[in-house]
Design a protein around this ligand. Structure first.
Ligand code: ZN
Length: 328
């Protein structure tokens, strides 16, 4: 299987291919880029390319090594994530990894570890890893995967070769959804726009049927009527169900007001993420001036922050809708 079967990031993959061919692969990488664009896929593909027994193209995908990597059971390829029920990658995990990296590879060419997300390493775990990076064991390869370099020690960063992964072009995501997931062209275009170049997110949204959910939310917001404040109260009650649901709605609401703002300011749907409800956005943009829309947007942000801080969800949402309806 060639690297070119992977969606996007061909330049990064070419860099990796060339260093593999010259047998000069760096011992530590940092893969940086937004959620859902394929960083882990590239990390696992690189692991296969290193360990593959057949070497058909970049890797064969079917030999025992490739198969074991794909199902997550290769003795020389470790994926380090927070342990179940834990929020962090702890120092114990890193120490264990360090010990393992010093053994000879079992059936592969290198001992490989993928730390994802690397920013979940707490400070002591990062310090422990730094020691490994300063004196990398022979035939070891570390891949740190992260959406940002923020929470990582500068000394750690300086030891890793950085590869950046940009959001995928919207057309590429749409094309993949059509060809690989059998999604209808129009819906694929909408999903790809909604997720702004995150293939992982597009697949998740599709699976959860979020397009329909978002459409229903938009209809409810549009039908709020200042003369009927009870409508706002019952919508608040409906959306206050669980914290996750409320947050999901409020995140969407921010995007909704941002779209209306874009439309009001530019008169064009270019750059909006709710393409499937373009007409409702157009209609709403006609109803309010810029200042009012900015006010709604800030209300949505404020309400999301309040719900994140675990305030009473129903009350926070009631306040929001009361303000949107202009009721004192
Ligand atoms: Zn193989």
């Amino acid at each position: 299987m060639p690297f070119s079967d992977i969606v996007g990031h061909q330049q990064q993959l070419e860099t990796l291919r060339q260093s593999l061919e010259k047998n000069r692969l760096h011992h530590a990488f940092l893969f940086l880029g937004p959620e859902g664009v394929g960083k882990r896929t590239v990390a696992l593909s690189l692991a296969m390319a290193v360990q593959c027994l057949e070497k058909v193209g970049d890797f064969c995908g079917g030999c025992p090594n490739c198969t074991q990597i794909r199902v997550g059971h290769h003795p020389d390829v470790r994926l380090i994530e927070p342990l179940p029920g834990k929020k962090e990658i702890g120092i114990q995990q890193v120490r264990e990894l360090e010990r393992e990296l010093n053994f000879h590879p079992f059936s592969g060419r290198k001992k490989i570890a993928i730390l994802d997300p690397a920013t979940l390493m707490n400070a002591s775990a990062q310090n422990a890893l730094l020691k490994t990076l300063e004196e990398p064991p022979r035939d070891s390869l570390l891949i740190l995967v992260s959406t940002g370099a923020g929470g990582l020690l500068p000394t750690l960063l300086s030891r890793c070769l950085r590869l950046s992964f940009a959001p995928l072009p919207v057309e590429l995501v749409a094309g993949f959804l059509v060809s690989q997931r059998g999604i209808d062209q129009e819906e694929a275009r909408i999903l790809a726009a909604m997720t702004m170049g995150s293939l992982g997110m597009a697949i998740k949204l599709e699976a959860e049927d979020l397009v329909a959910k978002r459409k229903a939310w938009a209809e409810k917001i549009c039908s709020l009527d200042p003369k009927n404040y009870r409508g706002g109260l019952s919508l608040a009650e409906e959306l206050a169900g669980t914290r996750e649901e409320s947050l999901e709605f409020l995140e969407w609401l921010e995007g909704w007001y941002r779209d209306i703002l874009i439309y009001r300011a530019t008169g064009s749907p270019q750059g909006i993420c709710n393409l499937h409800i373009e007409k409702s956005i157009k209609d709403q943009a006609k109803l309010y001036d810029l200042e009012r829309i900015v006010f709604f947007l800030s209300l949505a942000v404020k309400t999301r922050e309040r719900v994140q801080r675990n305030v009473n969800r129903r009350m926070a949402l009631e306040n929001l809708f009361t303000e949107v309806l202009g009721i004192d």
